[in-house]
Design a protein. Structure first.
Lengths: 53, 546
């Protein structure tokens, strides 16, 4: 690629890989309705607690 | 330059912008419409609005010029912007922010933190910090836009500043966040076209495959002073630990790359879509947009050295030496390159690109400041939640404050403040808000006391480092000189070039975690679902006589 050192080459490749990753992930989960796992936030636990009442 | 043609182009652009602001106004009925776009914005519009708010004129011209100085090492910032500023921001922070924001019925970034910890102080304090410090960043962006009007349309600077601020303030004031997002998306589209042409035109001119190698071979032309500071050429990183390395890595790459996560005007964008699915869809245009904006600016910025060397026998820095100071002005490198290497029509298009970048960033800032002053500081912290039915007029008063404060600052700030003010705000936002934000979204054990202490310590550490240690800012602010007779307490050492974010962010995170672990968790926050569920149960209970 003509860069002078590994640091810049890695930065260039990481930028390209990152944007490809964004495109791939976006297309793969385009219609994915799944939300984040419910246990990751206390609010969800609170909601479950409220539901139990 | 055809001044009449340029005036017509700018006029047409302003009319389209005004129409989109009016469309936002027509579609705004509730406080949620005004503050979070009714939580039903299309993902492509959200992605373009996020990207165009993120990328300001200083990111294109200022950081493009910085790439002409530092070289392609700035591509680390492109990688970080996409990886952190888009992927992590959308997939992790964005989805959690959207979901919790909707549960808590939060309308602003400070309100998300305040409601999560049931603390009016946290909401009011975050609102106050935004109200006091974001006008500085907004003024820097506004100066960039006004300089464009001053130079290209031959307007007086003060008049240009006022016109620029009024146009943006009007569509933010009436259109609310819907108006901001519609106009941002239009402006983002213009920016994308302008930068795509710049990228293709540059490589067509300098060579697709050979330009990087030719620039590598130009390393012998690096001035001796830069070589002594660690510069190894425009396609190599500076020497590890050298002053240039610290400046590149800590201030530019980490400061902006990490700071983006806690930008209030960006975080609120996540609350404008109706589900996590929309954020997955926004990832595609968002990633490509940021890649095109920052990747183009940094690649082209570095390649200007090759262009000027081939044409004039000089590197880019030598082409923009200010005769008054005899020092190079890197902000002039990209404009000088465009003017020299591209046809006149592209000059007009690129000017529009810069104007769009400045307006889209400024509109998001005006809206964030207005919402913080009206909603967070006055309505929630001072009036203790009163006047809930008058949120929109109160937020509009806040936007008027934002307009006035920014114009006053813009008229009085010293030249060369654009890059400093931008870096200052990004660093401050990371130090004061990022640990609190992460804790609010992902850490169950975080407490109100821990988050409050972390925000206060983060802000204090950041301010102390800016005022007395980080020489770039402490020298400009002159408080250290007045008190101690030198520009930095650590002048001459590597500490003087370490960005405040490197010190203040760990301090803020450490205090947040330590105090949280030493204090009792706060009572659970209540989302609207809980409130409505309880209300329904009460109604049922009342009905059956329980």
């Amino acid at each position: 690629m003509g860069f002078g050192d590994l640091g810049v080459t890695l930065a260039y490749l990481l930028a390209v890989v990152s944007v490809c990753g964004c495109v791939f992930y976006s297309l793969r989960r385009w219609n994915d309705e799944e939300e984040m796992p419910v246990r990751q936030h206390p609010l969800d636990e609170d909601l479950e607690f409220e539901d139990e009442i | 330059m055809n001044l009449e043609l340029l005036a017509i182009i700018v006029g047409a652009y302003t009319l389209v912008t005004a129409f989109l602001g009016w469309l936002g106004y027509k579609k705004t009925r509730t406080a949620a419409d005004y503050l979070v776009g009714g939580r039903e914005i299309h993902p492509v519009l959200m992605a373009l609005a996020y990207g165009s708010t993120f990328i300001s004129t200083s990111a294109i011209v200022g950081f493009g010029g910085a790439a002409a100085l530092f070289g392609m090492g700035l591509l680390w910032l492109t990688a970080l912007n996409i990886l952190v500023g888009i992927f992590i921001a959308f997939v992790f922070f964005g989805r959690a922010t959207r979901r919790i924001g909707a549960q808590l019925d939060a309308h602003t970034f400070p309100e998300l933190l305040g409601r999560r910890y049931r603390s009016r102080f946290i909401q009011g304090f975050a609102g106050l910090v935004i109200a006091l410090l974001m006008p500085l960043y907004a003024a820097a962006v506004m100066i960039g836009g006004a300089r464009f009007l001053e130079v290209q349309l031959k307007l007086d600077f003060s008049l240009a500043l006022f016109i620029f601020a009024v146009v943006v303030a009007v569509y933010v004031f009436f259109g609310g966040l819907k108006g901001v997002i519609y106009t941002d998306a239009f402006q983002g589209g213009l920016m994308f076209i302008g930068m795509a042409i710049l990228l293709v035109g540059t490589y067509s001119h300098l060579g697709w495959l050979g330009s990087h190698r030719a620039l590598t071979d130009l390393a012998t032309q690096v001035p001796a002073a830069l070589q002594a500071a660690g510069h190894n050429g425009w396609t190599s990183m500076p020497d590890l630990g050298s002053p240039l390395w610290w400046q590149l890595v800590s201030t530019i790459v980490l400061g902006v790359g990490i700071g983006v996560l806690a930008q209030p005007q960006l975080a609120v964008r996540f609350m404008t879509v109706k589900s996590g699915k929309e954020l997955h869809r926004a990832l595609l245009p968002g990633g490509i947009f940021i890649f095109m904006m920052t990747g183009t600016a940094f690649l082209v910025g570095a390649l200007t050295n090759l262009y000027f060397f081939r044409k004039e026998g000089k590197i880019a820095l030598a082409m923009v030496v200010d005769p008054a100071t005899n020092r190079p002005n890197i902000d002039k490198i990209i404009p000088a390159y465009i003017s020299d290497a591209f046809p006149e029509w592209f000059g007009y298009l690129f000017m529009l690109t810069l104007l769009a970048a400045a307006m889209s960033t400024l509109s998001g800032q005006f809206h964030a400041i207005g919402a913080s002053v009206g909603r967070d500081l006055y309505q929630q912290a001072i009036a203790k939640g009163a006047h809930q039915d008058r949120t929109i007029p109160i937020a509009k008063l806040g936007i008027f404050f934002a307009f006035a404060a920014t114009v006053v600052l813009g008229r009085n700030l010293q030249p060369g403040i654009i890059a400093i003010a931008t870096a200052l705000f990004f660093g401050m936002a990371a130090a004061a808000f990022l640990p609190a934000y992460v804790s609010a979204l992902f850490w169950k054990r975080g407490t109100r006391a821990g988050v409050t202490a972390g925000m206060l310590c983060g802000l204090a550490t950041w301010a102390g480092w800016v005022l007395f240690f980080h020489e770039k800012e402490s020298a400009a602010l002159k408080i250290c000189s007045a008190l101690f007779g030198k520009t930095s307490l650590v002048t001459g050492s590597s500490w003087a070039v370490i960005d405040p974010i490197v010190i203040a962010l760990p301090v803020s995170a450490l205090v947040t975690v330590t105090v949280s672990l030493l204090t009792k968790p706060c009572p659970p926050a209540e989302g609207p679902e809980k409130v409505s569920a309880r209300t329904e149960r009460q109604k049922v209970g009342d009905a059956v006589g329980v």
